[in-house]
Design a binder for this molecule. Structure first.
Ligand code: SF4
Length: 429
């Protein structure tokens, strides 16, 4: 059987043109996906059933036992943390928010350790963005700033920018210019028309210089700014001003470097400046499959995109205080539910030391680095492969994902809903 138009559940591009060949309920071939997507569809070694740690040995348990364990763990915790959510569907994220509210816990998603600062900047000055389709069809200038899509979002270039056709471009490959701004010459820089190499930590200064040039204050620019010559800055600013439609895509190289959210604010203000001369947009290269969705679901349910603390009985948000890394580093939470992410592979050592001391339940199809910190791991259907649902693409477009395999694994949503039902039987005062 061939499943057409499947959605790849790996990165924020959510490519929706994947063809998957299934034989005997096993994926045997994948067409159109990049290597990252293909690996995801072909699958890894999965856990067969829920496992419970008993004196450093793993014991097989049933779904009912695992769900009961997780519900009891969260109900008896004083300050439970519900973390992850970027690798699962909106329907499961929705149950997670209800659950956090019921137990007065903290719910946070992986954006607090990736594009959280970008969201803070957008909250301050807005987001002049657009869909990927608009960029594909209209943009004659694309800037990748602090991002390397060849490695992290391989089909972004072939579907929307460098190698894509454009409805309003006669010859997109010739007419569309690509500029890469980065601290080192990446693979994406090798295929760009212009590479701007800046010194580490120099993004804010370079953005300020570009803004000044666009405002006509060229005389104020020194001979070099963060390693970039005045001539190159003027050339780039002029390329931007003379474009008919420009798009900036920024990655963690801009968000997580010195200056953090101030960099993004400056970049957005640079785009606002350009919009006095032409049309320009700016968007984040969201990494995890449905991390955008977790921000959306949290925002429409609570008013806040991540790091939401219900300990006061109402939603409270203060990044740096109510975010997972900070709560773990302060040794504040006394139980953790991890869904659709692998914090042990990314979090600082201090956080992991605390994670090792508290009860942890993880929902994930595969054993990963966080498994070593778990008391219980519940294997679930792979979101977007053997469970369908809603995910948000990096440009904020919600897409219904397909189920390509049928398995007996419960989905995240089913496990969380059963857990939530048990918890509702014994609500907190
Ligand atoms: Fe999947 Fe991203 Fe590759 Fe598209 S670019 S196939 S969404 S990993």
């Amino acid at each position: 059987m061939i499943v057409k138009d499947a959605v790849c559940p790996f990165c924020g591009c959510l490519c929706d043109d994947i063809e998957v060949e299934v034989e005997g309920n096993r994926v045997v071939a994948v067409t159109n996906a990049c290597e990252l997507g293909m690996t995801k569809f072909m699958g890894e070694k999965r856990l067969k059933n829920p496992i419970l740690r008993v004196e450093n040995e793993w014991k097989d348990i049933t779904y009912d036992e695992a769900i009961r364990y997780a519900a009891d763990m969260l109900l008896s915790a004083e300050r439970p943390l519900l973390y992850g959510w970027s690798g699962t569907h909106g329907e499961a994220q929705c149950v997670g928010v209800h659950m956090a509210e019921l137990i007065h816990g903290v719910i946070d998603n992986t954006s607090s350790v990736c594009h959280g600062p970008s969201i803070l900047a957008i909250q301050e000055v807005g987001h002049p963005g657009c869909t990927l389709g608009v960029v594909k069809n209209r943009a004659d200038l694309v800037i990748y700033w602090g991002s390397n899509p060849i490695d992290a979002h391989p089909r972004h270039l072939s579907r929307y920018t460098r190698y894509a056709e454009g409805f309003f471009l006669e010859n997109a490959f010739r007419d569309r210019k690509v500029i890469v701004v980065d601290v080192r010459k990446t693979e994406t820089a090798n295929i760009a028309d212009e590479f701007v190499q800046i010194k580490p930590g120099g993004d804010y200064a370079v953005l300020s210089a570009l803004r000044a040039i666009v405002q006509g204050k060229t005389d104020t620019i020194p001979r070099t700014v963060a390693g970039v010559t005045r001539e190159q800055l003027i050339r780039v600013a002029n390329l931007c001003k003379s474009a008919k439609f420009g798009a900036v895509y920024f990655g963690l190289g801009l968000t997580m470097t010195q200056g953090k959210y101030k960099n993004i604010r400056n970049a957005i203000e640079f785009i606002s400046e350009l919009n006095r001369h032409t049309k320009f947009t700016i968007s984040a290269m969201r990494g995890h499959y449905n991390v955008y969705g977790s921000n959306e679901v949290n925002t429409w349910m609570t008013g806040y995109p991540f790091g939401i603390d219900f300990s006061r009985g109402i939603a409270f948000y203060n990044p740096g205080e109510t975010t997972a890394v900070d709560i773990l580093a302060r040794k504040e939470c006394d139980a953790a539910l991890i869904v659709g992410s692998d914090p042990a592979a990314h979090f600082p050592r201090k956080c992991l030391e605390h994670l090792a001391e508290i009860p942890v339940v993880q929902l994930d199809p595969y054993p990963n680095a966080t498994t070593a910190f778990c008391n219980v791991q519940i294997p679930v259907a792979v979101t977007g492969i053997d469970a369908e649902g809603t995910a948000y693409r990096m440009d904020g477009v919600p897409i219904r994902t397909r189920r390509v395999l049928s398995t007996d694994y419960l989905s995240d949503e089913e496990v969380l809903s059963r857990m939530y039902a048990l918890m509702q039987e014994e609500p907190r005062p």
